[in-house]
Design a protein around this ligand. Sequence first.
Ligand code: SF4
Length: 178
Amino acid sequence: MAGYVFLVLAAACVLLWLLFGRGFGRRPAGMPDGEVVYCGHREPGSRLLHAPNHHLAGKPDYIVKQGDEFTPVEVKSGPRPKKLYRSDRMQLTAQALLVEAEFGKRPARGYVLYPDRAFDVAIRPKDIDRLTEALQIMRKARETKRIPDAYPSWFLCPTCPNVRCPKRVKRTRGKTDR
Ligand code: SF4
């Protein structure tokens, strides 16, 4: 009888593993080839990466090693945009600085993965400059406690993380509201 119970339990474990267990660590669609050497995506215990020269810290969703390149990958869940959002590009640029600080080499490109489309994004020097400038402005605002004026935009506000901004523009059924 004990042997029978053991067999049933073992079969149940195998079934559960087949149904759910293989999902863990599954690569998202559009993920570039290569070895995943870092995963911050839905991993609560994952290590925070730092780029001290830029006073920047964060957790890329994935870092994939391709030859001697380390490539950041961001995973998005929303509907696929026609063009890459500028905020996605800047986020990926920030992840590139973290990758550079961690592995000693700036990535040439990164990926932003929407459920049905992957954007292959070059890491451009002009975006690094923009990001560095934005970080300097943020640091100065924090030091001087003077927040620069916000410029509302129907394009940027709906995806802006500053949810308590009083100038936020909301998008409603094709129109915009302040
Ligand atoms: S919500 Fe505020 S901070 Fe964000 S884009 Fe709009 S105006 Fe700028």
